[in-house]
Design a binder for this molecule. Structure first.
Ligand code: SF4
Length: 443
């Protein structure tokens, strides 16, 4: 067998970019390239970049510079690659630049500089790729991307100009991938896209097939089918459209996790309109109450932007009142950041950075008590958790209300004998602002 060249991969940015990296790595492996975890061991390095906010642009440019200095042969892909000439202007020595979800172009660029040793895809004896592909997440959870792009035009966001309009993956293909992941030992699927609730809109909810069964390409149908796999299914980036109400009974029945990541971004109708947010005219408080009436255990996570251009003191107060009334479980906040190319930058009433940042700090401080109270309500309860890490001090797990990397953890002090990727039942004994403390349930 010819010796394969080795490729290094630096993957920056959001989970959607990680999925792109996984696809590139999977295809490289299937063609016989090996994957190197060091610059020195690699014949070439692919840097998957993020171009969302200025800090991400700077981080991506720095990573490209480091890869050039340490290795010398660099191909750039991802969102920053779609932002004009910035990569080539800063680093003229890069071998190629592509935009996001451009596995084909990345592969073509790799072939040009390092010809593939063989085409493993056609040869089952040399196919080096596990059926579930190459993943960057731990063995027991995986991101499942159901669509690309976005039909909205939120004024603070440049993703549609980077990634284009919504393109939903066929439902049969998504479910097949989910099945393969579950068979490979994945215990939690994190459903991601730019706008999960819009799944199938672009193809008019076309009927697809999974194991011979007809299914419409729509989120409700997808979630009930995923519920049959018997593993955790967690929804991210869901907008509060009326259609989301139909998903909540699936959560109450246990088909999918009682967890919704809904980026509300603001509560003032005027600001939401200026942001051009999807579902901005919905009454979100009523909607949240209705969800809780159907599924009392639902965990709701959201993100908010403070200091949007023109945001008045009163509108910021309105946002805090919303938080008080909504009693959300988890909240992230960003001070408004004028991303180059976003139309919101042209709105009147830009606020100074100190004000945007101070409001972010105030919001997080305000929410801290609410999040803590929500966690305190879990003390004394028995919960199902999924184990992420085990060492001599016990186990670190997550409850159904905790998404990996963004939410809290459950520390199980007597969990030394548990195994990573195992489900366990615990009794919650204590909490702090983010995390729960628990003992194994003896019943
Ligand atoms: S919904 Fe809005 S914020 Fe989200 S990707 Fe689309 S345009 Fe950007």
């Amino acid at each position: 067998m010819p010796k394969g060249h080795s490729i290094g991969m630096i993957s920056l940015g959001c989970p959607k970019a990680s999925v792109d990296s996984e696809q590139i790595l999977t295809r490289l492996r299937s063609e016989g390239y090996s994957i190197s975890s060091s610059y020195q061991g690699a014949d070439l390095v692919v840097v998957n970049t993020c171009g969302f906010i200025d800090a991400a642009v700077a981080e991506s440019l720095e990573a490209i510079g480091e890869a050039l200095a340490e290795n010398g042969k660099v191909i750039v892909t991802g969102c920053l690659g779609a932002k004009g000439d910035i990569v080539r202007q800063t680093h003229p020595r890069v071998l190629a630049v592509t935009g996001p979800h451009a596995a084909q172009e990345v592969l073509a660029a790799v072939h040009q500089h390092l010809p593939p040793p063989f085409d493993g895809i056609d040869d089952p004896f040399v196919n080096l790729v596990p059926p579930q592909g190459v993943r960057l997440t731990p063995q027991h959870y995986a991101y499942l991307k159901i669509s690309e792009g976005c039909n909205h035009r939120c004024t603070f966001c440049i993703i549609p100009s980077l990634r284009g309009d919504l393109v939903s993956r066929p439902i049969g293909e998504v479910l097949r991938e989910a099945e393969i992941l579950a068979e490979a030992g994945v215990r939690e699927l994190l459903i991601i896209s730019q706008d999960t609730s819009a799944y199938g809109v672009d193809i008019k909810y076309r009927t697809g097939f999974w194991n011979g069964r007809p299914l419409k390409t729509r989120l409700h149908e997808l979630c009930s089918a995923l519920g049959e796999l018997g593993i955790w299914v967690r929804l991210h980036y869901v907008y509060p459209y009326p259609s989301v109400d139909q998903l909540v009974p699936l959560m109450a029945e246990g088909a999918i996790l009682p967890y919704l990541d809904v980026p509300f971004q603001h509560a003032s109708p005027r600001i939401l309109k200026l942001m051009q947010r999807p579902a901005s005219s919905e009454n979100n408080l009523e909607r949240i109450q209705a969800w809780r009436a159907v599924c009392p255990d639902i965990t709701i996570r959201s993100t908010f932007i403070t200091g949007f251009p023109g945001e008045t003191e009163a509108e910021f107060e309105e946002l805090l009142s919303f938080l008080e009334a909504a009693q959300l479980d988890r909240v992230g906040a960003f001070a408004y950041s004028p991303v180059a190319g976003a139309t919101a930058n042209d709105l009147p009433g830009a606020l100074p950075e100190e004000v945007r940042e101070e409001r972010r700090r105030l919001l997080m401080e305000f929410q801290e008590d609410i999040s803590t109270r929500r966690l305190e309500e879990k003390i004394g309860r028995s919960l199902e958790v999924l184990v992420d890490e085990v060492d001599e001090e016990g186990a670190i797990a997550r409850s159904q209300g905790d998404a990996p990397e963004i939410d809290g953890l459950v520390y199980i002090t007597d969990g030394q004998d548990l195994e990573v990727g195992q489900f366990a039942r615990v009794q919650v004994t204590d909490c702090d602002v983010h995390d729960l403390y628990a003992l194994l349930d003896q019943e």
